[in-house]
Design a protein around this ligand. Structure first.
Ligand code: FES
Length: 87
């Protein structure tokens, strides 16, 4: 697992191996709009301000993925122990 920190807040939400970032945030009362939940539509794209995502979507271009400043929390995960997102 890893954790999601919310920029400009004190909130840190753990993400278990068996749940998506969207599921973990939702369980913590933080809702990010989703549609396909399969990394296709881009509805859930969320800004990253710190940490490295593990991109698992088919929406972002290779250049966007390489920039590592946003990710798709419906399916993507983290390569670092913590990802800080801005919502
Ligand atoms: Fe479609 Fe995440 S909800 S890419």
């Amino acid at each position: 697992g890893f954790e999601i920190a919310i920029a400009d807040s004190e909130r840190v939400i753990p993400v278990g191996e068996d749940q998506t970032v969207i599921e973990a945030l939702s369980a913590a009362g933080i809702e990010i709009p989703v549609s396909c939940e399969q990394g296709i539509c881009g509805t859930c794209v969320t800004k990253i301000v710190d940490g490295l995502p593990d991109h698992r979507d088919m929406f972002l271009s290779d250049a966007e993925k390489a920039a590592n400043d946003c990710f798709t929390p419906c399916c993507s995960r983290a390569l670092t122990p913590r990802l800080t997102i801005r919502i």
